[in-house]
Design a protein around this ligand. Structure first.
Ligand code: DGL
Length: 260
C-alpha cells in the first residue's frame, strides 16, 4: 500500500524528500493540485473544496496514510478531513513551538514566514497564543516565494533582491530563528542562508512531520512494504510525460544539493 502526499504544487516535495530519507521502503503517491495552485492567496472555502477532491482521490487509491504536505491546506481542512476518513492523516504546521523553545533563553525573536491563509487561520493563532508566552513571535506572509517556486525560479539574482526587499522593514539582528511555514519555502533555504547572519537558524516542519508519519505507520504495523517508488499526479491526472517527471527528479536533486 502507498502513502499519499498532497500539496497545492511542488512544495510538498520538500516533505517527501525527507520521507524518502527516513522511510525509503515505502511507495508514494505525490498529488500536486496544479490546476488550483496557489492556495495561500485564495478564500478558505474554495481551497477546502480542492483539498477534499484530493483526499477523495487518495481514498480511491487506497492509501494507508495521507500526508497533507501543505501548511495552508492543513490549517483550513485537517479537522474535517479526519472526521471523514479512516486512514491516518498527518498534517503540518509552522514549527513555532520548537522555534520558541530554542529562543526562550536567548531573548531573540522568531519570524514565521507562511502564506496569508495560514497566518489568518484560527489554527495558527491558537498555536501562537499557546506557545508564545514571551511574545517573541512575529510573522509575515510571503506569497511571492510560492510563485517563484512554481515558476522554477531559483536564480539568486532574482531571489536575493526580493528577499532583501521583504525583510527590509525588520531589524534582523533581533531574530534567532526563521520558521519556513510553507512547504514551498525550503527550496530557497540556500538563498536565505546567503542573506542571513549565521547566528539565525532556519527551520521548517518537514522533519517533525516525517517522524510523526513513521511513528503512526509503526503503531499500525503497516510500514516497509515498498521500494521508494513515486507516482505523480496533477490534480488527479497521472503524470507520464517525461519532461514533467524529469522536473520532479531535478527538484528532489535540488533539495539534496541544499541539504549537503
Ligand atoms: N505549500 C503550501 C503551504 O505549505 C501552500 C502554497 C500555496 O499554494 O499558496 O502552505
Amino acid at each position: 500500500m502507498t502513502i499519499g502526499f498532497f500539496d497545492s504544487g511542488i512544495g510538498g516535495l520538500t516533505v517527501l524528500y525527507e520521507a524518502l530519507k527516513v522511510l525509503p521502503y515505502e511507495n508514494y503517491i505525490y498529488y500536486a493540485d496544479t490546476l488550483n495552485v496557489p492556495y495561500g492567496t485564495k478564500q478558505k472555502n474554495e481551497v477546502k473544496k480542492y483539498i477534499f477532491d484530493a483526499a477523495a482521490f487518495m481514498a480511491s487509491q487506497g492509501v494507508k496514510a495521507m500526508v497533507i504536505a501543505c501548511n495552508t491546506a492543513t490549517s483550513v481542512a485537517i479537522k474535517d478531513l479526519r472526521r471523514k476518513y479512516d486512514f491516518p492523516i498527518i498534517g503540518m504546521e509552522p514549527a513555532v513551538k520548537p522555534a520558541v523553545e530554542r529562543n526562550g533563553n536567548s531573548h531573540k525573536r522568531v519570524l514565521v514566514l507562511a502564506t496569508q491563509l495560514t497566518l489568518k487561520e484560527e489554527k495558527f493563532k491558537n498555536l501562537v497564543s499557546k506557545v508564545d508566552n514571551e511574545h517573541i513571535v512575529d510573522f509575515l506572509p510571503f506569497p511571492e516565494l510560492v510563485e517563484f517556486a512554481e515558476k522554477l525560479e531559483f536564480h539568486e539574482q532574482v531571489l536575493l533582491p526580493c528577499l532583501k526587499d521583504k525583510l527590509a522593514a525588520l531589524d534582523m539582528s533581533l531574530y534567532g530563528t526563521i520558521v519556513l511555514g510553507c512547504t514551498h519555502f525550503p527550496f530557497f533555504k540556500d538563498v536565505f542562508r546567503q542573506l542571513l547572519s549565521e547566528n539565525i537558524e532556519i527551520i521548517d516542519g518537514s522533519v517533525g512531520t516525517v517522524k510523526h508519519l513513521k511513528r503512526i505507520l509503526g503503531e499500525r504495523h503497516c510500514s516497509k512494504d515498498g521500494n521508494g517508488e513515486i507516482v505523480f499526479y496533477h490534480s488527479g491526472r497521472r503524470v507520464e510525460d517525461k519532461e514533467c517527471l524529469d522536473k520532479y527528479s531535478r527538484l528532489l536533486k535540488r533539495l539534496n544539493d541544499i541539504d549537503e
